[in-house]
Design a protein around this ligand. Structure first.
Ligand code: ATP
Ligand code: MG
Length: 312
């Protein structure tokens, strides 16, 4: 099988201990946890036993070593990750609110993962790539946009493009144009992992039905809808499948979507029936929310296969 590649932030997450804990006063935090949406996604994809690589940067510090060790352990090819002497590894602070919302403070653009430029693409062997995943949160500056554009231009035509807008208001607010630029990627993808909110935001439509029509008209073949604690759905022009959520104790929602997408893509590349791809993703998403730490809940292919057995 050809390789799947993603480009974007590798970082550690530091998590406020208490719900409603403020960032305006001293408090207890947990972490560092290996994180970064594209890193979580590729970690799960590697666990599906798909050859997987990430192009990024980490500092020459323990946070960088922690992340690289985890990715390598889980089978990710990290040869495209540069160690950056001048910058520290990226960090995200997160706090959860009792209304279910969360707030982030990101150190991405100003960190080692923010140093990726088009020059780094020289190390990519385009012919070896079968799938390229675009993670919306990784379009965190104009150069990252140019990086993704160049890859899309140079990839072999038969390469599959998948896209998760992973809209983070904290990142988009910095540069409203970035959200417009994301539209361009949206229209280039065969497979999209998205929430209903993001779908309406990107299509400017008022209903799910209308949004889906717009997607299919753009050439998107499969829309995989992430529905949080309500499970997940999948739509093509002529089919739809729905999965109720698996019953788990949800302790940390961050990273569920990335784990979900990695599992779906892995199953899809193995040519599992679409309904089973959705089941695999739903099981992976449930595993992700049941563990504290955004990458702690990625799940092995064996466990996913077990989850798909009747009677699970
Ligand atoms: P994030 O951006 O934090 O990575 P997301 O918003 O992109 O997450 P979610 O919809 O929260 O994605 O989660 C992805 C999938 O994980 C869901 O579609 C569902 O299959 C599973 N999932 C999420 N929350 C739960 C839960 N509480 N119980 C069971 N499964 C869940
Ligand atoms: Mg979520």
């Amino acid at each position: 099988m050809k390789k799947a590649v993603v480009i974007g932030e590798i970082l550690v997450e530091i998590m406020a201990d208490r719900t409603d804990q403020s960032f305006l006063e001293a408090g207890s935090f947990q972490g560092p946890y290996p994180s970064g949406a594209p890193a979580i996604f590729i970690d799960q994809l590697a666990k599906m036993k798909v050859p997987s690589a990430i192009l990024s940067g980490v500092g020459e510090d323990d946070f960088g070593t922690l992340c690289l060790n985890r990715l390598k352990e889980d089978g990710v090819d990290t040869s495209l990750v540069k160690r950056v002497r001048e910058k520290a590894t990226g960090v995200a602070f997160v706090r959860y609110n009792s209304d279910g919302s969360r707030n982030f403070i990101y150190h991405i653009d100003n960190a080692a993962c923010g140093t990726t430029t088009r020059a780094d693409l020289a190390s990519l062997n385009y012919e070896s790539i079968g799938t390229f995943h675009i993670m919306g949160s990784s379009i965190f500056n104009r150069e990252m946009y140019e990086v993704h554009r160049q890859v899309l231009r140079d990839l072999p035509k038969e390469c599959t493009i998948s896209f998760d807008p992973n809209v983070r208001p904290e990142i988009l607010q910095k540069d409203p144009l970035l959200s417009e630029l994301m539209q361009e990627f949206f229209g280039r993808s065969a497979l999209v992992f998205i929430t209903e909110e993001e779908l309406e935001f990107l299509t400017s439509a008022d209903s799910l039905k209308e949004s889906l029509e717009i997607c299919f008209d753009k050439g998107i073949e499969t829309v995989v809808l992430k529905r949080g604690e309500e499970g997940a759905s999948l739509y093509t022009r002529d089919k739809e499948f729905h999965q109720p959520p698996l019953k788990v104790e949800a302790v940390d929602p961050t990273g569920a979507g990335d784990t979900f997408a990695g599992a779906f893509l892995g199953a899809w590349l193995k040519e599992w029936p679409l309904e089973n791809c959705l089941k695999a993703a739903n099981a992976a998403g449930a595993s992700a929310v049941s563990k504290r730490g955004p990458m702690e809940g990625t799940i092995s292919l064996d466990k996913i296969e077990e989850a798909l057995r009747p009677g699970f």
